[in-house]
Design a protein around this ligand. Sequence first.
Ligand code: FE2
Length: 304
Amino acid sequence: MIPVKRLGAATFLSPDVARVADYYEQIVGLEIVERSSRRAILATDMGEEALVFEAGDSTHCPRLALGIDPHFDLADAARILATLGITSEMRTAITPGVGKALTFTDPKGTIIELFADYRPVSGKRAGHGIAPVKFGHIAFNAETAGAITDFYCQTLGFRVSDWIDDVFAFLRCGPDHHTCNFISGPAGVMHHMAFELKDWPHVLVACDTLGRNGRKLIWGPGRHRVGHNIFVYTRDPDDHIVEFFCDIDLMKDESLGYFEPRPWHEDRPQRPKRWTFESGAPLWGLAPSDDFRRSGTRHIPTLK
Ligand SMILES: [Fe+2]
């Protein structure tokens, strides 16, 4: 098993790299660490690369970087993939923070860039915009959520935190309740990406910053029941759904098998489980807007 530990940068194509990079720099408050007319790379204040935009005709997300245990050899990862009949390739000079990555295509068609060593690229405080603390998770549609979930758990070391029915999986690769989501739907299409904020007052800063810049909320604020994070959702200039969240459930000790107790939990203790769309509906907050619901949610009854 390849021990994936954290999310790296997601790469998106964009018909207007300058426009989308400006949005993430000025409103979201990421720092542009590399920029040309064809590519922009953005990182958090903590120096972690989060997003790469490359010039293209679509807004597709072709690649996702995942950080593995730094003591694990990428050559061993290549051997594990080979036993499954998966071809991989070692590439260099990926981004300023990632000098070497093992790349392969996952079963839903996303190119995964596995990296072991990472060099922080920033650390300079942007001092403006929302300034999230972390690129927290990314959700993809996959033809069958069960099959891609099995691959991520059996090959990449993810654990299932929760299911909603058998169509919406929440997977963790560290303490956070979910780093990847898989939703049964059009294969390989990114559903939403999410940035972690410090706390509820920081969510207010996000709402004010979005509002001041004419960017609408399309869902929230509210508190999810699955993962228990407080959320707001908006859309970026390329029409991607972007979530800002805080208070996500944490599995601080895998051997305990439950999430760190919180006052808003339904169960004592709160263990990974299978919810229904009814039992897993948000704890509070209004229903999502039509603008949220138009993004590939045909399998999610409560979002219709
Ligand atoms: Fe999310």
